[in-house]
Structure formats: structure tokens, C-alpha cells
Design a binder for this molecule. Structure first.
Ligand code: MRU
Length: 365
């Protein structure tokens, strides 16, 4: 998408210095900075410390990490250790394992001398595929938004609530949940997006920044406001992303998603999840018991980062000194609360049968 009139992906290969460039998300929405990644350690740090984040982008970053590691040492042992080092960075988003498994599977059958070039090609391929999948998600989601708009008086916006950042910054481009919003806005449909702040990392600020860049009206709201808005008929649809969706249709996403789903269910608000097939874990049926939930550092809860009055970006402590903290980063929404899964192949019911029928070529036995 565009930033100051220039098109960016969230990650790209820079031929001028043979490095990988990322938008360093630690500083957004206050400062737009680009970081350079070269070594395997750079990539692992960028994923763990959330310079990059969002399930599909984590997968693409891991693929470029493998490519750079293969350039330094393309032996079998290097391939194995690189898989392990990158896999251990974050536990919940399945795109990480999906990308690493794909890299290992392809590269194992490539002679050592050709691995560096093949790995870089594969990272480009994974990134390009992600963009195309998200574009298709946007087109399918657009039809859902169009149907909601058709039932409203002219010029009244379709009001969509979203949680976390499932935007272009969380993918290579377009986003998952934001792709239908971008496509709808481009099609001239009036929108108003309720953007959950998403404590503790405030990824909603990234979503608001993206929507602002696309000229889409939105309101930045506290995480607890959504239920109230739904009770008062101010939300037409909930639309958000997923970090891992089970083969049974359960959706693991940013902490707080489950509460939004409960409120949507209670108020008859359609609850849609946008995800590329790379986010489906075909080895897990029951999301609640089968998906590991990442516990993030306590400092994310005790401290908040923001723009200070003197113009610098800094942190302040919001909790009492030394208090005990819990920081589960994701939760699981059972499939019974999900109206539909918007994938690159169309909108699927959140059931094992429907997912199997939509992706007969992908599931594992
Ligand atoms: O912890 P994060 O910021 O990596 O979590 C990201 C999310 O939960 C997104 O909503 C999810 O990855 C879907 S992104 C397309």
C-alpha cells in the first residue's frame, strides 16, 4: 500500500545491498522507519521483538530469514538449525511453521550449491503468493460488505468493528481483514470502521494509521467499547484476522477476539474472520486444546509506549511497581461463534466439512 504517495510492501529484498528491508513496526504510527535484516539472528530478533508482526508477515519474514541463512551457510545442518531458531521465535501464528516447513521441504532436494538462490526465489514466491491471496480475500469480502450496504439507506456507512491489526502491515500487502475494507472503499461504498485499540501492544493504532492512509473514516475505540456499540445497533459486522485457524474452524486471534465474538453472537452481529489458507493448521481439529497461546513479556502490560509531549517516542509505567502480570497474547474463538471464514477461495462456513470441501488439496490426514 502507499505511504506518502510511494508504494511499499511490509518486507522486500533490496538488490542494491543484497539485504532484506522491513518496515520497523515498533515505531509506528508515530515514525516510519525502515530496518535492514541480514543475519539469521536479525530475523529471529525482528520476529520475537515484533519489529514485524502479524501471522502472514511472520511467515514471509521467516522465509527470507532462511534465504539469508542459506547464503551464509547452505549445509544441511545450517538448514536444520535455521528452522529451529526461527521456529522458536513465536509459538501461535501457524504461518511461521508453514513457511519454514515449505522452505525445508523444497531446499532439502536442492543441491547445496544451489540452495541460496533457490531459497531467495522461494521467499519471493511466498511473498507474492501472500499478496495475491489477500487480494482475493478482499474481493470475496467486498461482496459481503456490498450486501450489507445494499440494505442501508444511501450514504449511510457500513459500520465494521475490527480488532488488532490484520492490515497490510500484518501481511506482505493488502492485509487480510483490511483487504475487503480497502476494496469496498475503492468501490465507492461508504464505511466507518470501529478500531479496537488492542492493548497491550495497541496494534489498533497501526490499523488506524493504515485506514487514514487509505482515506477510510474510522474511530479508535477502547477494547471494551465494542459490546456497548453492538447493543446499540452501531455495528453491522465484525471483521478481523486469524493467527491460526484449526481444521475444525476454531479461530485463534489476538487476545480479546473471543469477547468480541460473544458480544456479536448475543447481538446478532455477523462475525467474519479473514485468513489465507496458510493460516489453517490442518493438524489441529480443536483450537482450544490444540493451539499454543503465547505468553508475552510483563513489560508490555506494565508499560505503555507513545509519543511524548517533547516529540520523542517513550514508555511510561501504568501499573503499580512490582505487580504480578499475566499477558496471554491470543485467545481461541470457537467455531460456533463464527459466521464465516473469508479465504482466498471464497467464504467458508467455520466447519470441518466446509473447510475440507474448500481446500481438498491442502488438508493432511
Ligand atoms: O501479536 P501480533 O501483532 O503478531 O498479532 C497479530 C494478530 O493477532 C492479527 O490479528 C493476526 O495476525 C491476523 S493478521 C493478518
Amino acid at each position: 500500500m502507499k505511504v506518502d504517495g510511494r508504494h511499499y510492501r511490509s518486507i522486500w529484498y533490496d538488490t542494491s545491498d543484497a539485504s532484506v528491508k522491513i518496515i520497523d513496526q515498533r515505531w509506528l504510527p508515530h515514525d516510519f522507519r525502515i530496518a535492514t535484516l541480514k543475519s539469521q539472528l536479525d530475523f529471529a530478533t525482528a520476529i520475537t521483538d515484533m519489529w514485524v508482526r502479524g501471522a502472514p508477515l511472520i511467515g514471509a519474514t521467516a522465509a527470507y530469514g532462511v534465504a539469508m541463512a542459506m547464503r551464509d551457510d547452505s549445509s544441511d545442518s545450517s538448514l536444520d538449525s535455521c528452522w529451529s531458531a526461527l521456529h522458536s521465535t513465536r509459538p501461535t501464528a501457524i504461518n511461521l511453521r508453514w513457511a519454514l516447513d515449505r522452505c525445508r521441504q523444497v531446499l532439502e532436494s536442492v543441491p547445496v550449491a544451489g540452495r541460496a538462490a533457490a531459497a531467495l526465489e522461494l521467499a519471493h514466491e511466498i511473498s507474492d503468493e501472500d499478496i495475491e491471496r489477500n487480494r482475493q480475500i478482499g474481493l470475496h469480502g467486498l461482496e459481503l460488505i456490498r450486501a450489507l450496504a445494499a440494505n442501508k439507506p444511501a450514504k449511510e456507512p457500513v459500520r465494521i468493528l475490527t480488532h488488532c491489526n490484520a492490515g497490510w502491515l500484518a501481511t506482505v500487502d493488502f492485509g487480510t481483514a483490511t483487504s475487503p475494507m480497502f476494496h469496498a472503499a475503492d468501490a465507492g461504498i461508504e464505511l466507518h470502521i470501529w478500531v479496537d485499540e488492542t492493548r497491550p501492544r495497541n496494534q489498533g493504532a497501526l490499523t488506524a494509521w493504515e485506514l487514514d492512509g487509505h482515506g477510510i473514516p474510522h474511530s479508535y475505540i477502547t477494547d471494551n467499547a465494542g459490546g456497548h456499540l453492538m447493543q446499540h445497533g452501531q455495528v453491522d459486522m465484525v471483521l478481523l484476522g486469524s493467527d491460526r485457524t484449526s481444521a475444525g474452524g476454531d479461530v485463534c486471534n489476538k487476545i480479546g477476539t473471543y469477547l468480541k465474538a460473544l458480544a456479536a453472537f448475543d447481538n446478532n452481529v455477523p462475525f467474519y474472520v479473514a485468513l489465507p489458507s496458510s493460516t489453517i493448521d490442518w493438524t489441529v481439529q480443536d483450537g482450544l486444546s490444540g493451539i499454543p497461546i503465547e505468553e508475552r513479556p510483563a513489560s508490555e502490560v506494565t508499560h505503555v509506549q507513545g509519543l511524548q509531549d517533547n516529540g520523542s517516542i517513550g514508555k511510561v509505567q501504568v501499573s503499580p511497581a512490582g505487580c504480578t502480570v499475566g499477558n496471554p497474547a491470543f485467545d481461541v474463538t470457537p467455531r460456533k461463534l463464527v459466521s464465516g471464514l473469508i479465504t482466498e477461495r471464497g467464504v467458508s462456513e467455520a466447519t470441518p466439512e466446509a473447510l475440507r470441501a474448500m481446500f481438498p488439496d491442502l488438508q493432511v490426514e
